[in-house]
Design a protein around this ligand. Structure first.
Ligand SMILES: [Zn+2]
Length: 315
């Protein structure tokens, strides 16, 4: 039997990662190269002459004395954590197939549970923004799904209370293999909500395949070629070949959410779904995932605290 090429691919080893990003200076130099790939340019006077402050990661323009922070206007803005901690978190988030809880991360990184949760939510948001910027293309399978509530018996919860609805979509290539996936929380499965989702997350699709849920008519309203297969719901619907990938993926994401995290509030669900998608969408590039997420984090705008975390903590 041939080896599974995803499972057996070379990742980035922890020693290799530490050799590259193990010191604060290495991390700062890496950030510097990402922010100013052609060399430092003063944002105020465009001079290229600068000096680095020894106490903080600040770069001072020699001409106008303006001080540029290495982390301002990035996801790392105003952090009190060393960059080595952030980079290591990025390593664990991208290299562990099943994800890592913020509590586990706090132990590994030696930071408080709260700091770990904030850091993790910020990185999850970076993952979400990255994927949301690239709509799915090709042939698409979609399905409705629910998170939470009391039942975990695999019965789909249409109409059930206490559950958070989300839409699952997977793009497949012409050979029928899954390429990318998207999981998005919705407020309902109304036709209008799905139309709006489709406009944001689909582009240039050949076909969009779903079951007969009424709200999926929103796909056609958004201008896509929608094919609906009436399944009758329940166990039988999970056995239809056309829905193989979407059913497999939904099974995997639910195992991931239950396995790594004890309880996720509806409010934060989109970030956890995005974390799962981010790794799935880059599963052929495990070795390069940390560098890609570092780059994305540098290019991300800061997230203010009030947007990050409100009342609920769940660990
Ligand atoms: Zn200047």
């Amino acid at each position: 039997m041939p080896k599974n090429k995803i499972q057996f691919q070379k990742g980035l080893s922890l020693p290799d990662f530490i050799a590259k990003y193990g010191t604060e200076q290495q991390c700062q130099e890496h950030l510097f190269r990402l922010r100013w790939p052609s060399g430092f340019v003063c944002p105020r006077c465009h001079s290229k002459q600068y000096s680095k402050l020894s106490t903080r990661p600040l770069y001072q323009c020699k001409k106008c004395k303006y001080q540029s922070s290495l982390i301002s206007n990035t996801i790392f803005a105003s952090t009190k954590l060393p960059l080595t901690v952030w980079f290591l978190a990025i390593y664990y988030l991208t290299q562990s197939k099943k994800g890592i809880s913020s509590l586990n991360l706090s132990r590994i990184l030696g930071i408080s549970a709260n700091a770990s949760l904030r850091l993790k939510h910020k990185l999850q948001q970076v993952m979400k923004n990255e994927d949301d910027a690239h709509p799915l293309t090709g042939n698409i399978q979609i399905d409705d799904a629910y998170w939470g509530g009391k039942k975990h018996d695999g019965v789909r919860g249409r109409g059930a209370t206490g559950k958070t609805p989300f839409i699952a979509a997977v793009s497949t290539n012409n050979a029928g293999h899954p390429i990318h996936m998207r999981l998005s929380r919705l407020s309902s499965f109304s036709s209008e909500e799905i139309r709006s989702w489709a406009l944001n997350h689909l582009h240039n699709c050949q076909t969009v395949l779903s079951d007969g849920l009424r709200g999926f008519t929103g796909i056609k309203k958004a201008g896509f070629n929608h094919i609906s297969i009436t399944t009758g719901g329940g166990y039988q619907s999970t056995q239809i070949e056309a829905f193989t990938w979407i059913n497999t993926i939904l099974g995997n994401v639910k195992r991931f959410l239950h396995g790594t995290y004890h309880a996720i509030s509806s409010k934060h669900l989109p970030r956890y779904l995005a974390e799962f998608c981010y790794r799935f969408n880059r599963r052929f590039h495990l070795e390069y995932m940390p560098a890609a997420l570092i780059r994305a984090a540098v290019n991300s705008k800061p997230i203010p605290q009030h947007k990050l975390q409100r009342a609920e903590d769940w660990w």
